[in-house]
Design a protein around this ligand. Structure first.
Ligand code: NAP
Ligand code: GLV
Length: 309
């Protein structure tokens, strides 16, 4: 079996070492622009160019080394080619850490304590009521459902929104655009975005949706930059409707040095790092799935290309 690796911005050698150990029978190669690569059975990819896809007519499956497949689905892919996303592989716990940290930092006013420390000031702040900080999680998939459960562990009221109806222990769930979305937003004060980027969800965090959050709302975007209309977020921060935002993803990455988010006093910026791809876990998962496919067995994490996730 032949496997080709095509991950832009990723050093291939450690991946090849891991794949060699996990699948000793595989013949591995690395795609390089302008160099012909033999047709492979499986490809391991992140943001591959169209030229790579065009030169691989025999592929049975594309394994994406991330959860989001938006960049991959923008390409012209042959009909029937399986696209497989990473299924947790150590990302869900990282996402839960990141989001709980951001929620708790805001709820417990750590930024204000940090400013007080800089002034050498020992001063308590009045405890805030957890029930006033309902957290709404958009997207209840592999990552969103883990995040919702982790937030419940801190006794925050948690709302969840998905495309189809869903039951999650201790979480008030909503579904669908229109009424379902509006009811979800108006029941939430802190909003966590964990949706896939699809034509339906692009620009979903704008003036209309964010304006429906409870006053003093807080936005945590950990999915994709193109979900958020950045000017609308800035306007709602300036109007006082929103108290702040923690943003891990941006329309342009790296975030341009002149972007107002860098210096906004109520915006926290991190460099698309909330849930990193963990190499060893990912290799083990991909190797397991390749073996299952070779045996003709079904695997989890196959993307519904028409749906976009
Ligand atoms: P997933 O398992 O595919 O779950 C997607 C969830 O979104 C599902 O609950 C789905 O609803 C819901 N959804 C999709 N379209 C919707 C719509 N139009 N209306 C309402 N709900 C909708 O995805 P995941 O693994 O949790 O990952 C989510 C996203 O996180 C990825 O696509 C990626 O963009 C992002 N991500 C970011 C990082 C980072 O480091 N910043 C890391 C990993 C992933 P149903 O359940 O009803 O289908
Ligand atoms: C990262 O953003 C991912 O989609 O895994």
């Amino acid at each position: 079996m032949k496997i080709v690796f095509c991950c832009t911005d990723t050093r291939p050698e450690p991946w090849l070492d891991g794949l060699r150990a996990a699948l000793p029978e595989a013949d591995l190669s690395v795609w390089q622009a302008g160099v012909a690569t033999e047709p492979a059975d499986y490809a391991i990819v992140w943001a591959p160019p169209q030229a790579f896809i065009d030169a691989q007519p025999r592929l049975k499956a594309l394994f994406n080394i991330g959860a989001g497949v938006d960049a991959l689905l923008r390409l012209n892919l042959p009909d029937g080619l399986k696209v497989v996303r990473l299924d947790d592989a150590g990302m869900a716990v990282q996402m839960a850490e990141y989001v709980c940290h951001a929620v708790i930092r805001h709820f417990r006013e750590f930024d204000l304590y940090q400013q007080a420390q800089a002034r050498g000031e020992w001063a308590f702040r009045k405890p805030r009521h957890r029930e006033d900080f309902a957290v709404g999680v958009m997207g209840l998939g592999v990552l969103g459902s883990r995040v919702a459960q982790a937030l419940r562990g801190f006794d925050f009221p948690v709302n969840g929104w998905s495309r189809n109806p869903k039951v999650l222990d201790g979480v008030q769930t909503f579904h669908g655009m229109g009424e379902g979305l509006h009811a979800f937003l108006s029941a939430s004060r802190v909003l966590v975005n964990l949706l896939p980027l699809t034509p339906e969800t692009r620009d979903i965090l704008g003036r209309d949706t964010l304006g429906r959050l409870r006053p003093g709302g807080y936005v945590i975007n950990v999915a994709r930059g193109a979900h958020l209309v950045e000017e609308d977020l800035l306007a709602l921060l300036d109007s006082g409707h929103l108290a702040g935002a923690t943003l891990d993803v941006f329309r342009t990455e790296p975030l341009p040095t002149t972007h107002p988010f860098w210096t906004h006093p109520r915006v926290t910026v991190t460099p698309h790092t909330s849930a990193r791809t963990l190499r060893d876990e990912s290799i083990a998962q991909i190797a397991r799935k390749i073996r299952a496919l070779e045996r003709g067995e079904p695997i989890a994490g196959v993307v519904d290309r028409a749906r976009g996730y």
